[in-house]
Design a protein around this ligand. Structure first.
Ligand SMILES: [Zn+2]
Length: 94
């Protein structure tokens, strides 16, 4: 996902925490590598540091163009899922 590339350009390395959840180095309180206090949720488009409470919306970090592209890709992904799930199963046609 290119939005992660953009975020890591600005915030450094990250860990994958779970579904759409990533841990980044907090630009406010980071003490070095491996201390990924800043939780980023790509589904909610928010970031939140559990240590210093630095939080906000990803649009404050990323450009509007980047956010728009990301949202477009989410919509495309959702549409693809719908198309797959509404596909007529093979056994119906035979
Ligand atoms: Zn912090």
């Amino acid at each position: 996902m290119s939005i992660l590339k953009e975020l890591s350009k600005k915030l450094g390395g990250y860990q994958i925490r779970g579904n759409s959840e990533y841990g980044f180095e907090c630009p406010k309180c980071s003490e070095g590598k491996g201390k990924n206090h800043l939780g980023v949720n790509l589904r909610k488009m928010v970031y939140n540091c559990f240590r210093c409470k630095y939080s906000g919306h990803l649009s404050e970090i990323l450009s509007h163009d980047m956010i728009r592209k990301f949202k477009d890709s989410m919509v495309r992904e959702a549409r693809n899922k719908i198309n797959k799930s509404t596909k007529i199963p093979d056994f119906c046609s035979s």
